[in-house]
Design a protein around this ligand. Structure first.
Ligand code: CUA
Length: 344
């Protein structure tokens, strides 16, 4: 049944915050409408040229009035700014305990992987009352992940990772839109977010086509692509160990120190020559064009899973050997992993 509503339903903790900010803005702009705009129209008509209105008692300037109508709007604007900034920072900082879900956008669909292995397209299942953090990227153009009922919207940009988080507060199904014009079928890039009771969500995670956990798929790729040959074991090529590296500072050859976050790992895989870890040589081959966005996220998830481990002790030093990378195993770009998403 059709019914009109001014606000979309509030289905996340941020929805109320954003709505109150919006209402606050409306009140402030309404205030200016009544004290500035309406009198302006009234006086323009009343004192139009040739009108008979009395022009006696005209004020020739008043510091008190000038200061008052400068100071009050200034404080109101600063208050709105502070309020908006507080809401913004809250929306931009995902809580540490958030459930991690990976999203890859492409023309014209949303591809979603859950850490436990479930994958879905244009649908996102989440548990009620739990913080959910989306790590998102695009494999072509800019898209925007918009869930009006959660009051969250985030541009999804190719070549980088962006995050969006929310805490659903109501069981139900909500619209998911792409809110950035991304080509001819932009308007069809829609889906739904399904908020479920935590028990139902757990059940959902383990029924139907359940794939490998993301980190396990990443581990598999790590071996298939030959990464493990240099980054672990006693290979002839010396490459940094990846145990315990995630989230830690990494000194680079040029003296700079970077944090081993998702972006750094991504860049190291796609443009390894750009940032060489101190003490190592520029030997790693470039994987750009040989690995999909989903696969990158899987490898990153695997490296993240090593965050709390320590590398085994180094093998005894050996004679330096030829410094060339061994032949690379090839992996087709769109390799059909066991439960890979169907292509349209
Ligand atoms: Cu994707 Cu618009």
């Amino acid at each position: 049944m059709w019914h009109f509503r001014i606000w979309p339903e509030q289905a996340s903790t941020s929805a109320r915050e954003v709505d109150w900010l919006c209402i606050g803005l409306l009140i402030v702009t309404g205030f200016y409408f009544f004290v500035v705009f309406l009198p302006l129209v009234y006086f323009s008509i009343k004192y139009r040229r040739g009108s008979k209105a009395s022009r006696a008692n005209a004020i020739e300037g008043s510091n008190l009035i000038e200061i008052t109508w400068t100071a009050i709007p200034t404080f109101m604007s600063i208050g709105l700014f502070a309020w908006g900034a507080a809401v913004y920072f809250h929306l931009e900082r995902p809580p540490a305990d958030a459930l991690q879900i990976e999203v890859v956008a492409k023309q014209w669909m949303w591809k979603i992987q859950h850490a436990e292995g479930k994958r879905e397209i244009n649908e996102l299942h989440v548990p009620l009352g739990q913080n959910v953090r989306l790590t998102m990227t695009s494999q072509d153009v800019i898209h925007s992940f918009f869930v009006p009922a959660f009051r969250t919207k985030q541009d999804v940009v190719p070549g980088k990772y962006v995050t969006e988080w929310f805490k659903p507060t109501r069981v139900g199904e909500y619209h998911l839109f792409c809110a950035e014009y991304c080509g001819t079928k932009h308007s069809g890039m829609v889906g739904r977010v399904v908020v479920m009771e935590p028990d139902d969500y757990q059940k959902w995670l383990t029924t139907g086509d359940v794939g490998n956990p993301i980190a396990a798929s990443g581990r598999q790729l790590f071996t298939q692509l030959g990464c493990s040959g240099c980054h672990e074991g006693n290979g002839t090529i010396r490459a940094p160990r990846l145990e315990g590296i995630f989230g830690k500072p990494v000194p680079l050859q040029d003296g700079e120190v970077v944090t081993a976050d998702e972006r750094y790992i991504r860049d190291s895989i796609l443009m390894p020559q750009a940032q060489i870890a101190a003490g190592y040589e520029n030997l790693m081959p470039n994987f750009s064009g040989r690995i999909s966005e989903e696969q990158l996220l899987q490898i990153i998830e695997y490296i993240k899973s090593l965050a709390n481990t320590t590398p085994p002790p180094l093998p005894p030093a050996r004679e330096p050997e030829a410094k060339a990378h061994p032949p690379m195993p090839s992996l087709p770009q769109q390799q059909q992993l066991p439960n890979a998403a169907p292509q349209p």
